[in-house]
Design a binder for this molecule. Structure first.
Ligand code: HXC
Length: 260
């Protein structure tokens, strides 16, 4: 499959997806978003692919937000009638059950920051800048920014960023808990690929279940989440990969996962 606005490459069991509108700082217009849905659906459906990395082309931006030029002339009735971005949003959250990482280079603003926060975790380059500056355009975040940013960094910092449009640098983002790790710009892709390759080497059902459980912490009460965790743990004990993983440990050898 070929795409006009993104680059997609399989590197072993890792799918690397690169937003590729560098002249518009990888702004997310409808065509980019459609390409992303298709690429991630293909990743999800391909049993050889076990982890994905999403990054932006060029050094300047991961994505500078939803495409302002596309939104500028659109009437409210159209946003509402088409339930703007809802199909896209739902695709990128619960529909992607395999793990994926956002490798954030440069600006991750507005919808760009929101997409990065939909990833299972973010690895940022030292020049990364995060922000939800929608207030300066007379709107508000619309793809989860007010919720995910607040969960990630707490009310005080999230409220300050969202009300002032202030951008947060990589170092502060790591301290605040928004990103898992900061690496030099030149190493970003290698580091993200290393993490993704490591995740891809894990038992696939286990990776899916562990991801589901961490995400449940955002949706469930503590007791519901712990019950869900215990049940999935119990279910995983019936897999061939559980037998293999434990036999490999006891036999002091590397496991060979079957994904069953
Ligand atoms: C469309 C964009 C864009 C965007 C940048 N560009 N961001 N086009 N949508 N979100 C384009 C510029 O128009 C310009 O095109 C080119 O990319 C380079 O950008 P410059 O502004 O010239 O670069 P620079 O001066 O370095 O400033 C970088 C920047 C700034 C600070 C990132 O571009 C900026 O503030 N961008 C907007 C960020 C933003 O507000 N994002 C939130 C969008 S709303 P030309 O053709 O002039 O060269 C949103 C809502 C999501 O995301 C939720 C909806 C449900």
């Amino acid at each position: 499959m070929s795409y006009d606005n993104i680059l997609v490459e399989q590197r072993g069991a890792v799918t690397l997806v690169t937003l590729n509108r560098p002249k518009a700082l990888n702004a997310l217009n409808a065509a980019v978003l459609d390409d992303l849905i298709a690429a991630f659906a293909a990743f999800e459906a391909d049993d050889t692919q076990r982890c994905a990395v999403l990054t932006g082309s060029g050094e300047k931006a991961f994505a500078a937000g939803a495409d302002i030029k596309e939104m500028a002339e659109k009437p409210m009735a159209d946003f509402y009638r088409e339930d703007y971005l809802s199909k896209w949003y739902s695709h990128f959250t619960s529909a992607i059950r395999k793990p994926w990482i956002a490798a954030v280079n440069g600006f991750a603003l507005g919808g760009g920051c929101e997409v990065a926060m939909m990833a299972d975790f973010i690895i940022a380059s030292d020049n990364a800048k995060f922000g939800q500056p929608e207030i300066k355009l007379g709107v508000a975040p619309g793809m989860g920014g007010t919720q995910r940013l607040t969960h990630a960094i707490g009310k005080a910092k999230a409220m300050e960023m969202i009300l002032t449009g202030r951008l947060m640098g990589a170092e502060e983002a790591e301290k605040a808990g928004l990103v898992a790790r900061v690496v030099p710009q030149a190493d970003l892709l290698d580091e993200a690929m290393k993490s993704a390759t490591l995740i891809a080497s894990m038992p696939p059902l286990g990776a899916m279940a562990n991801k589901e459980l961490v995400n449940a912490a955002y949706e469930m009460t503590l007791s519901q989440g712990i019950l869900h965790e215990r049940r999935l743990f119990q279910i995983l004990t019936a897999t061939e990969d559980k037998a293999e993983g434990m036999a490999a440990f006891i036999g002091k050898r590397d496991p060979e996962w079957k994904g069953r």
